[in-house]
Design a protein around this ligand. Structure first.
Ligand code: UDX
Length: 437
């Protein structure tokens, strides 16, 4: 059991803090945003993450988890400090580390004993070295500490499960003392033999970027294969299934769609390309994936225009705004570009999402017409476009849909609808990679 403080209570910091408390550690989650701390003190969770409220409540009740906004004091009282602040994309793709540096300086000035400073945020390779130098320059003379890299692999919508039952834990550490303490922090996972990758700091920092970039490449790859399948009458689901039967490929992350979004893949791929450019390494494959991903939004728009060549004055229902199902997150969601393209073509757009509509209006499209139910959204429209694979959309009653719409046109950008059902009910449809099936 160790005394830990986690700085930053976003979905990474809050899930990690509550998870570390669940492992038996004593954890203080701190944030400079007092309103977030007030919300947490009120028993509310500032983000939508299945299972997080139960995890937080259980550990607060057990006295292992607390929240406050006094970073300095929490640092002084802790032995292990996790940095979980945002590292958004900077102007030319590089990761913006200003928050990490601000926190690093604050930690240095409060180093009243040996501590571990652990980067949980996704940071470019070389950050650990930079952080160590920054802390040394601001810490009291002779202060002892170790910087550690412990990247997160949390998927939004399943972050709690991904933290408590990870595929692997990656720890970049360069002292025995530091390694011992990190083993203690993750003791329950050691006991149940979770694979642990203990390595040096640059390797640990790279593992996060390489994993995310590879997943992004995989998605762009299957999207381009799907685009060819649509032209030649092949079925992408069969292609993906057969590919996935090869153990070297695996069936996961071969679902074609409107392109990846979220707070990680778009940012991490650009950051990796930028890091490469700083070291004379040209990431042509990752750059290709980024380009293909941008293009996939236009591919969905082209499908809409295949069904209705002249969209001006036509009513279009967008079903799904979140960048993926089971989250209210709209960061870099394909819906932004697709709604923009529809409006540029003169379409009248109305949208529905079970939980992400408020964020869409708040962060991207203040004038977006949103409706509270699917039925209201599709009433008398000329075209439906499905952009997020919400389960409720998988179960759409196409007979009822047909009776509500003005024209039976559907672009199913997530392949959630049965092609047989679409045919049976006389819809004109496009999907991604099985439009001629
Ligand atoms: C990702 C990584 O999976 C996670 O390990 C990392 O820590 C953070 O970034 P996340 O962005 O939350 O997690 O979602 P993920 O489920 O990975 O999906 C990312 C994007 O890829 C979404 O837009 C999703 O719709 C898309 N996607 C995913 C596909 O288009 N096809 C797929 O087969 C899988």
């Amino acid at each position: 059991m160790r005394n830990i403080c986690v700085i930053g209570t976003g979905y990474v910091g809050l899930v990690s803090g509550a998870g570390l408390a669940d492992f038996g550690n004593h954890v203080a989650c701190v944030d400079i945003d007092q309103s977030k701390i007030d919300m947490l003190h009120g028993g509310d969770i500032p983000i939508y993450e299945p299972g997080l409220k139960e995890l937080v409540d259980r550990n607060v009740k057990a006295g292992r988890l607390a929240f406050n906004s006094n970073v300095e004091q929490s640092v002084r009282e802790s032995e292990v400090i996790f940095i979980a602040v945002g590292t958004p994309m900077g102007a030319n793709g590089e990761a913006d580390l200003s928050a990490v540096k601000t926190v690093g300086k604050m930690i240095a000035e409060n180093l009243n004993a040996y501590k571990i400073i652990c980067t949980k945020s996704t940071v470019p390779v070389g950050t650990g070295k930079e952080l160590s130098e920054l802390i040394t320059s601001h810490a009291p003379a002779g202060a002892e500490f170790d910087v550690v890299s412990n990247p997160e692999f949390l998927r939004e919508g399943s972050a709690v499960k991904d933290f408590l039952l990870p595929d692997r834990v990656v720890i970049g550490v360069e002292s025995d003392r530091g390694e011992q303490i990190m083993r203690d922090v993750y003791r329950p996972l050691f006991i149940n033999e979770t694979p642990m990758v203990i390595t040096n700091i640059p390797s640990a920092e790279m593992i996060k970027y390489t994993s995310n970039a590879f997943l992004a490449v995989k998605i762009s790859f299957i999207n381009e294969i799907a685009n060819l399948a649509d032209k030649v009458g092949a079925d992408i689901h069969t292609i993906a299934r057969a590919m996935g039967l090869d153990g070297r490929i695996s069936p996961k992350f071969l679902h074609p769609g409107p392109g990846y979004g979220g707070s990680c893949f778009p940012k991490d791929t650009e950051a990796l390309v930028y890091t490469g450019s700083q070291h004379g390494v040209d990431f042509t494959v990752v750059k290709g994936a980024i380009q293909a991903n941008r293009r996939q939004r236009q591919v969905i728009l082209e499908k809409a225009k295949e069904l209705i060549p002249d969209l001006s004055g036509k009513k279009v229902a967008i079903l799904g705004l979140a960048f993926k199902a089971n989250t209210d997150d709209v960061r870099d969601t394909p819906a932004v570009d697709i709604i923009k393209g529809l409006k540029e073509a003169g379409a009248i757009v109305q949208a529905y999402d079970p939980i992400a509509a408020e964020n869409m209006i708040k962060y991207y499209t203040p004038d977006l017409e949103v409706r509270n139910t699917v039925d209201e959204t599709i009433e008398s429209v000329d075209l439906i476009i499905i952009l997020t694979e919400w389960n409720e959309l998988r179960g759409l009653d196409l007979g009822a849909v047909k009776s509500r719409v003005n024209s039976p046109n559907i672009v199913d950008a997530r392949n959630v609808l049965s092609v047989d059902q679409l045919k049976m009910h006389g819809f004109n449809y496009r999907n991604v990679g099985r439009s001629l099936v």
